[in-house]
Ligand binder design. Sequence first.
Ligand code: NAG
Ligand code: NAG
Ligand code: NAG
Ligand code: NAG
Ligand code: NAG
Ligand code: NAG
Ligand code: NAG
Length: 578
Amino acid sequence: MLLTTVLFVVSLPVCLASLALDARIPASPAESFLDSRRAAAANASYLETLSEPQRQVFDYVLDALDENFSPPFLFNSPRYSAWYAVALLARNGKGDVATASEILEDVISFQFTDPNTNWYGTFKDLPSAPDPGDVYPPRLYTSYDTNIGLFVCTSFIIIMEEFQHMLEPSLVTLMKKSMYNATVGDGYRVGGFNGDGYSAGGFIGDNLYPIYSNPWYMRVMAATYVGKMMGDTNMSHWGDQWAAEAIANFNLYRTLAEFNSGTYTGVTLYALSLWGYMPKNSTIAKHAKDIIAKTWTSIGMFYNPTLHTLGGPWDRAYGYDMRAYYGILGGQIAGIIGGIEDGSAPLPRPIVGSEHFGDAAANVLTPLIAKFNDPYVPAAALAQLKGLSKSHAYSAQAVSPPWDNPTVPRNYTSWTAPGLSIGAIASDEKVIGGAATNQAAYVPASIVWSTGSQTAWFNMYPTSGTISAAASPTGLTIAYPTSAAFNSTLTSNVMTFLFSGFPHLSLPADFLAIANGMSTGMLPGLRLTLSGNVVSAGTRTLVYGAGSINNLPYYNLTYVFGDLGGAVPQIVIAVEKI
Ligand SMILES: *[C@@H]1O[C@H](CO)[C@@H](O)[C@H](O)[C@H]1NC(C)=O
Ligand SMILES: *[C@@H]1O[C@H](CO)[C@@H](O)[C@H](O)[C@H]1NC(C)=O
Ligand SMILES: *[C@@H]1O[C@H](CO)[C@@H](O)[C@H](O)[C@H]1NC(C)=O
Ligand SMILES: *[C@@H]1O[C@H](CO)[C@@H](O)[C@H](O)[C@H]1NC(C)=O
Ligand SMILES: *[C@@H]1O[C@H](CO)[C@@H](O)[C@H](O)[C@H]1NC(C)=O
Ligand SMILES: *[C@@H]1O[C@H](CO)[C@@H](O)[C@H](O)[C@H]1NC(C)=O
Ligand SMILES: *[C@@H]1O[C@H](CO)[C@@H](O)[C@H](O)[C@H]1NC(C)=O
């Protein structure tokens, strides 16, 4: 669909002048983007409104996206391509508007248009995939992903507000229809229903409850904005209603239910930052600033500026060191405190080729709407992002019905010190792996520390829904009490810890085995002492290489235990940073 030749044509003259290319050889897309960057430097009226660090994030990420743009798609993804188009409009360099227009039309051609399907209004994830049907059975997050409709629609809000004047009126009209369909289709989603047999931890149905913070706040923004734009009062009503439901959950503990995530806290802040484009009297426009401010308070408490990463525990983690994987929140933090140039930003360097690199595309959007976020970062949180003035403990609570009993919140504790972050969650849930029912992503107990040259991690891997873990300055205490929140049958006789991050080290088989009645071990930068009935009575195994999570291979230290004389299974992990 994309007319890639347009790129070649507009870029040729400059290439000839600057690169002395043979006139018969069309410029590569990369060369034309160099041109557009140069042109944008002279024509960057919108970008000039960004703060210096936000501008640096925008440029840093967009340069990387340019290198990866393979027309007609960025990352072979309509969603990421849509975000890229927004960035091209913001840059408005030579040829950028034409390229963005083509991308936008192309993206919309991948939107589902049958109102009688559960995937109405969302966009194909992979362009070459067939429509859900007999050969590709309909299943949420498998053959279709309704969140993509929200990712695209919310990014179009930025275009409608900032760059609409740069587009052909016919394209603007098409985009409005697309946004409307995306929002109507999102309205089909009701937690516990539909989903075409999608199952989260054995519970059938869509998981879009108010506690699924990142898409939920995107749906609030989509319905609130598109309802107004299209004069659909029912849609506006639901925008306000959904906002009220999310705000009610937030106000219980002043936390997002999808708590402490280097990726999803970032997506939720992206969604919340769109409040500035919402009707003034909408429910979310009135409350978003408060949610943004309190969310940054939590981030400030968990962020460890000496490690340049968000400390644990994490509800949903795609990595543990934000300089070793791409976390969207890292782009927002860098946009506030800087650090791209000297490498102190919580972002990989370089970002091309980093783990979860695709998510970088979100950070060409966040600088554009940082004006609705950055002023609301509380001074105390800002100071905590910039430096660790003294070690501190923190505690917080969050609750995610229906996975949590509403009366039994999850309790978070953490300790943040120079070169060391310890964190834990006490949870009593009816699923394993947090509200996202993802064992690989939910980290209920974590130690992240500096080995001197590297950032290492020692994380608990959840095998139970009821895990009572607590962090203190001296380490972790972890127990498996009986569930009090549910008449749960989710018990476990296994405790597993995954750890890595030590080049030039091969641990022996008896690492942390009991010797002289003690289980002690040295890792670079950290001394560990383990105790408790799980250690003394359990059967211990230590293996490396039997699995990886987020492409991170690990040592797997596992204890399997039988009945412990009726006692609650418990382990105490004492640590000393050295
Ligand atoms: C600069 O921006 C204006 C307004 O969008 C546009 O018409 C013009 O083509 C741009 N110039 C260059 C060199 O890209
Ligand atoms: C929106 O959905 C309608 C069906 O309700 C469809 O006819 C139309 O083509 C869709 N528009 C876009 C832009 O996808
Ligand atoms: C109003 O919006 C809700 C939520 O999207 C939807 O379920 C309902 O069908 C809509 N009602 C009308 C009359 O359009
Ligand atoms: C906002 O104003 C519009 C137009 O006056 C009105 O229809 C709507 O109900 C108002 N919304 C709220 C949440 O008060
Ligand atoms: C979290 O703490 C509250 C007390 O504030 C307690 O009632 C609740 O049971 C705790 N949650 C868990 C999972 O232990
Ligand atoms: C657990 O089961 C008992 C007995 O059936 C019942 O009284 C109680 O309400 C249940 N508790 C929960 C949290 O479901
Ligand atoms: C950890 O090791 C145990 C014992 O070998 C194994 O059963 C379990 O699947 C492993 N867990 C992970 C996450 O690799």
